[in-house]
Design a protein around this ligand. Structure first.
Ligand code: PBG
Length: 308
């Protein structure tokens, strides 16, 4: 009876697995703050993506960790840069079985760790950054990425990238806009995962956690600029924002269950303080219930196995 009247289900195809690939790695290594998540080599990356595909996961979101960083994040758009090389390899390996997507942001590639290039005062220069995002977008589309995940929170980024993609003939490359992305402490473990060089914080371009209307405003702007999908991030602490955006959106709305959300449940479970599987399933069903059409989660493959 409960199954028959259940209002919300999570299906494996609505899950997206974030994956980290590290340039020059000869073997996969564990990420201390995210037990169970790895820095992949190109080979182990392909295996992880194949496992995800076999479990029925809908897509993967790829992050690159480069060997060399500089002020403009030049490796982000270099055709031989790790993210672009890995994208090509994944598309060849699993491109028919799931959707290969790429993070489009400079923070992993800059030596100062910000999501954009800096002006002479050391502040992020919005419009100069857009030019770098356009370079990145074209190199990722060229490498075969099906969906570009614009996570940098620069104003006008969707418009700039869409125009450049169309001009170069990448009319089928979709844009996932991280629209309501909050300046969150829950990204902490991720920053270890990408060896972030960040000093300070991202509050000049990410949203203030107290601002609910602003999440809606950012989403509306991205829709009008041509986003194909909008995202709310983090998920668990922003379910109200997610519900707001889902209620008014006529395009898919996704949510990112971020590294801190993952680490909290894993840490509590490791201490025997929480029922791990029930907590994970409850967190995912809650994000779906609030209105997410799909969820980025580090548990995607494992959860898909349970849900099958
Ligand atoms: C930016 C980006 C971040 C995350 C995804 N894309 C980090 C940030 O804004 O600091 C965080 C993901 C997570 O915490 O799981 N490239």
């Amino acid at each position: 009876m409960r199954r028959l009247v259940s209002e919300t289900r999570v299906h494996p195809s609505e899950l997206v697995l974030p994956l980290f690939v590290r340039e020059g790695a000869t073997e996969p290594t564990a990420i201390g703050s995210m037990p169970g998540v790895m820095h992949h080599t190109l080979d182990s990356l392909k295996r992880a993506a194949t496992d995800a595909a076999d479990a029925g996961v809908g897509g993967v979101m790829l992050f690159g960790v480069p060997l060399v960083r500089d002020a403009t994040g030049s490796q982000a758009s270099a055709p031989e840069g790790i993210l672009n090389v890995a994208t090509e390899a994944l598309v060849a390996e699993v491109g028919d079985a799931l959707v290969v997507q790429t993070d489009l942001c400079l923070d992993e590639f800059t030596d100062h760790g910000h999501c954009g290039v800096l002006d002479e005062r050391g502040a992020v220069d919005n419009d100069a950054t857009l030019e770098r995002y356009v370079d990145m977008a074209l190199s990722q589309a060229n490498a075969g990425s099906a969906i570009l995940g614009l996570s940098g929170m620069m104003d006008g980024q969707v418009d700039a990238v869409r125009a450049a993609l169309d001009e170069e003939g990448f009319i089928d490359t979709a844009i996932l806009a991280y629209s309501a992305k909050y300046a969150s402490a829950f990204y902490g473990p991720f920053r270890e995962a990408v060896d972030s060089q960040l000093q300070g914080d991202r509050r000049t371009y990410q949203l203030d956690p107290g601002n609910r209307r602003e999440g809606m405003r950012e989403s509306t702007l991205d829709m009008s600029e041509g986003a194909d999908i909008v995202m709310v991030k983090p998920a668990g602490s922003y379910l109200d924002v997610l519900a707001d955006v889902a209620a008014m959106s006529d395009i898919p709305v996704w949510a990112y269950q971020v590294s801190g959300e993952y680490a909290m449940i894993e840490a509590a479970a490791a201490n025997g303080w929480i029922d791990r599987r029930r907590a994970i399933e409850e967190s995912l069903v809650s994000i779906r219930r609030a209105g997410a059409d799909a969820v980025l989660t580090y548990w995607a493959t494992e959860a898909a196995g349970w849900l099958k």
